[in-house]
Design a protein around this ligand. Structure first.
Ligand code: CO
Length: 465
């Protein structure tokens, strides 16, 4: 019986995609026990941008969120997203940081870690996968899905096999742009199911309007798990909605076994929260519709809005067409990187610079230079010598695993915040986001100090502090 399982994304990807990751722990906690009773395969609730947003915007400790949710969720597996050697940041970290981060994530309650690399360079997954397995976690390796002349079924199959050999507990097709078509999904899942022993999961976004059709075809091809979001936080740039998918395959051989009436309580809970965020403007009605540009240009919706705002800042909005035409060219020059964080931002910025400078690669950001130097990993096709020369001159690119060149970072991070450490996890928050973590710690410290100093003043009115 090919029962289909569901990963519910409302606590992570759904609000990251629709409202810039701003759901608070207090908004999640009243419903997590209900979510736990549904019978989901897993609840995605951590990683991606949640960590950064907690510290930067919500003045929350992300570790505390994880512990609180873990305490309430007793049956369902908790899942997180990890950008391989980039962890939850935007650059490579040393192995000691990656290893400690994975250990602490599992220790604090994560069961499944979905690990991906923007370039599908599996060397960047090695440390995270190894430590996840050592710690008794489920290491899901995700293949960043993209469309290009070189990203074909044999390529994806080879990647999946490589991941399985590394010890992946399952494989995810990560379609971050929402561009996988129903028949492409069918063919890819069918092929992966025939060569892989581990379960196959599909993750997509509704951005272009095709994701739920792709899910259905993937289900027919034998996919084991799909990612959906409860309807108030589904569709648009988020995932396909949970309830219609559950209903669509009810009483078939794929039946999820999930009770629709159980889901209804969760839907009702999230409706007013969504309304609140629409009213205060955090959810823009624009992200809720179908974005056909994604299909035409095969770039993620978020990237398109970034390009528009970059051009606006330069008063060059009229150049959008040219930039859109430049994006695939830059991508080709750079060996067809999938357009996922951080590559989507890097390729987009370079395309904007190439157009507004009036000369290609006249100005190149440091990140693109580092990429061409091999510091992000290996692109699927080699970068042509003439492009390399334009970007880094006669410098040699590295060919080793990029993290082999990064010395340990944990001790210096510990020293950097030693007066603020309240838990070992603070060292990791600081290693990942030094400035915003420090602000958070200072604030946490002064809150405490304020309370203590009030007590002190009450009792010892005549002693100045
Ligand atoms: Co996603």
């Amino acid at each position: 019986m090919a029962k289909v399982k569901i990963t519910e994304t409302v606590l992570r990807d759904a609000h990251q995609s629709l409202l810039a990751t701003r759901l608070t722990t207090d908004e999640m906690l009243p419903i997590v026990e209900k979510l736990d009773q549904v019978g989901y395969h897993s609840l995605e609730m951590w990683g991606g941008a949640t960590f950064d947003a907690c510290l930067r915007f919500l003045n929350e400790d992300p570790w505390e969120r994880l512990r609180k949710i873990r305490k309430a969720v007793k049956n369902t597996k908790l899942q997180m997203l990890l950008r391989g050697q980039n962890l939850l940041g935007y650059k490579h970290y040393a192995d000691d940081v990656v290893s400690e981060f994975v250990k602490k994530s599992i220790y604090n309650g994560i069961d499944i870690i979905r690990i991906f690399d923007a370039l599908n360079d599996t060397r960047n997954l090695e440390t995270a996968v190894r430590v996840t397995l050592q710690e008794g976690g489920h290491a899901q390796c995700a293949i960043s899905y993209t469309i290009s002349p070189v990203h074909n079924i044999p390529y994806y199959v080879a990647k999946a096999k490589e991941m399985e050999e590394m010890g992946a507990s399952s494989i995810c097709i990560k379609d971050m742009s929402g561009i996988i078509t129903p028949y492409a999904a069918y063919e890819l899942v069918k092929e992966l199911k025939s060569v892989c022993k581990v379960p196959i999961q599909l993750h997509s976004h509704y951005t272009s309007g095709i994701a739920s059709m792709a899910y259905l075809k993937a289900i027919e091809a034998g996919v084991d798990v799909v990612d959906t979001a409860i309807s108030p936080f589904a569709l648009g740039t988020s995932q396909p909605a949970t309830e219609p998918l559950v209903a669509a395959i009810q009483n078939t051989e794929y039946d999820t076994g999930i009770d629709l009436s159980r889901l209804n309580e969760i839907t009702e809970y999230f409706k007013p929260i969504k309304d609140k965020y629409i009213e205060n403007g955090l959810i823009s009605p624009k992200v809720l519709g179908v974005d056909v540009n994604t299909l035409v240009y095969q770039i993620p919706g978020g990237m398109l809005s970034n390009l528009i705002s970059q051009l606006k800042q330069q008063n060059k909005e009229d150049q959008l067409e040219k930039v859109m035409a430049e994006v695939p060219k830059v991508r080709e020059d750079l060996g067809y990187p999938p357009l996922v964080t951080p590559m989507s931002q890097m390729v987009g910025t370079q395309a904007v610079l190439n157009v507004i400078m009036g000369e290609r690669y006249k100005m190149v950001p440091k990140e693109i230079k580092d990429y061409v130097r091999g510091q992000y990993g290996m692109p699927i096709t080699p970068i042509a010598d003439e492009i390399k020369k334009k970007i880094i001159g006669n410098e040699e690119s590295i060919t080793v695993r990029p993290a082999d060149l990064i010395p340990p970072q944990l001790n210096s991070a510990r020293l950097g915040i030693k007066e603020y450490i309240e838990q070992e996890e603070d060292v990791l928050s600081y290693a990942l986001f030094p400035q915003i973590a420090l602000n958070f710690f200072k604030d946490r410290w002064s809150q405490k100090y304020k309370i203590e100093s009030t007590l002190y003043n009450e009792e010892n009115k005549n002693h100045p502090i």
